[in-house]
Design a protein around this ligand. Structure first.
Ligand code: PFF
Ligand code: NA
Length: 448
């Protein structure tokens, strides 16, 4: 029970939850996925999905965690009954968080590598071509990537095994605002770089003819990914919450911060993409090929680059600890394992499962599934496009239709502040969220 007091303070909880949601998803993934899916229309669907589906589901996850008072599986077991099929929803979300951790650590490792590259001055005064080549060099060095992946997972494990309050909570207060400031700097830089107009047009003018069923699914999937939904994280974190906290305002704050960081990142990166003549659909390397260009010519640019990639690594770290925490909490709560043993074994497992993802950038580049997906792509697609949205939808259906709590209890629990919030949440969680996710899936299957 000792770890349940971790987020006893509201600020601690907000920091933890936004630490989980703000991560590689915002700065690394959002720009390149938006780029691959044609920009504006994708961004619009993503924003609508955050508003109508993401926020209500985040509230529902907080609610399930707080009412259940345990890890993701344990909370379902306590609320729905020990052998209820709903426990499977908890189970698949634990698995999703674990798979996610395995490939997230590979990319987070790149950030570490770029901290060192920047500090060594390698990126300084390099041309865009040289900067692209440096990224390709990294991808073709499995040994180097394994080293950084392992470092990242060890850092994650160290924090999770020691408990969180003295490490991540204290550092979040300093580093998250710093990340924000630096993004603001990059954003302003972007405004003056000549590519800003095209960037804004690319991100915000919606051309719906570009919206394929796949990109619709990608947008909805990304809204779950970016808010850390459907993987049991917010259930687990919600279980450390006090009774009085207003779940609505918490969810709004976390989602607003997350969205702001993603849009800032987009507006920092796309001007560079356009003014340097890069391809917006360049894929996972986008951030690593654009941001160094900005810094390579700026005064003290190497230092800013060090800070940027350090902060990005930190944002990734505060997300990865939440992924690890989901399965650690399960072993600690349900199997009575020690926190240290659970953390060690699970992070080792994530390391091993991460290797095929890592090799898909080099040694196993040609091993593909379903046509052209590498193992990394496969994991990413499985998690982002399927497991998270389905997990989130199950949470919505359960909390909207099956949760045996009187509505006045839920009402009180969800929003202390305003009376209109509960009825609106009810409609969104019972109808809008499940139907929206279902439509996206059916469309993907080509039925509609
Ligand atoms: N929200 C994180 C990001 O945007 O980087 C990723 C994430 C963390 C997704 C935890 C899911 C999760 F359970
Ligand atoms: Na995010």
């Amino acid at each position: 029970m000792t770890q349940r007091s971790q987020w006893a303070s509201r600020l601690g909880f907000i920091l933890a939850a936004s630490g989980s949601s703000i991560g590689l998803g915002n700065i690394w993934k959002f720009p390149y996925v938006a780029g691959q899916n044609g920009g504006g229309a994708f961004v619009l669907v993503y924003l609508v999905s955050i508003l109508l589906v993401g926020i209500p589901i985040m509230m529902a996850e907080f609610l399930l965690g707080r009412e259940g008072g345990k890890d993701a599986i344990g909370s379902f077991a306590r609320l729905a009954g020990k052998n209820s099929p709903w426990c499977l929803v908890g189970g698949t979300s634990v698995i999703a968080a674990f798979i996610l951790l395995s490939f997230y650590a590979v990319v987070a490792g790149w950030c570490f590598d770029y901290v060192v590259k920047s500090a060594a001055g390698t990126l300084q005064h390099a041309s865009p071509e040289q900067i692209s080549a440096l990224f390709s060099d990294l991808l073709s060095s499995p040994g180097q990537m394994i080293f950084w992946q392992a470092c990242f997972l060890m850092a994650t494990a160290a924090i999770v095994s020691c408990g969180i309050q003295h490490g991540i909570e204290r550092w979040s207060k300093i580093l998250m605002p710093l990340l924000f400031l630096l993004l603001l700097y990059l954003f302003v830089h972007g405004l003056f770089s000549g590519g800003a107009g095209r960037a804004a047009q690319f991100l915000f003018s919606a051309d719906f003819s570009l919206l394929t069923p796949q990109s619709l699914l990608a947008a909805v999937g990304h809204s779950f990914f970016t808010l850390s939904l459907g993987a049991g994280v917010m259930i687990t974190y919600g279980s450390y919450l006090d009774r009085q906290a207003d779940l609505f305002s918490m969810a709004i704050k976390v989602s607003a911060l997350d969205t702001m960081v993603a849009l800032l990142a987009g507006m920092a990166i796309f001007p560079v993409v356009f003014s340097a003549g890069l391809d917006p659909g360049a894929g996972p390397g986008l951030v690593f090929q654009t941001i160094p260009i900005v810094f390579s010519s700026a005064p003290m640019g190497w230092l800013l680059a060090v800070v940027f990639f350090l902060l990005l690594a930190f944002a990734a770290l505060s997300s990865s600890i939440s992924m690890l925490e989901v399965s650690v909490a399960w072993l600690v709560d349900e199997k009575q394992w020690s926190r240290f043993k659970s953390t060690t074994l699970l992070s080792l497992g994530a390391f091993l499962l991460g290797l095929p993802s890592l090799f898909s950038f080099n040694l196993w580049h040609d091993v593909t599934f379903f046509g052209s997906l590498t193992f990394f792509d496969l994991c990413d697609k499985l998690i982002t496009s399927y497991m998270l949205p389905l997990g989130g939808m199950a949470v919505a259906v359960y909390s909207g239709w099956f949760l045996k709590r009187s509505s006045s209890q839920c009402r009180q629990s969800l929003c202390c502040a305003q009376s209109w919030i509960y009825p609106l949440w009810s409609i969104l969680i019972r109808f809008v969220a499940p139907v929206a996710v279902a439509i996206v899936f059916i469309q993907q299957l080509g039925v509609i």
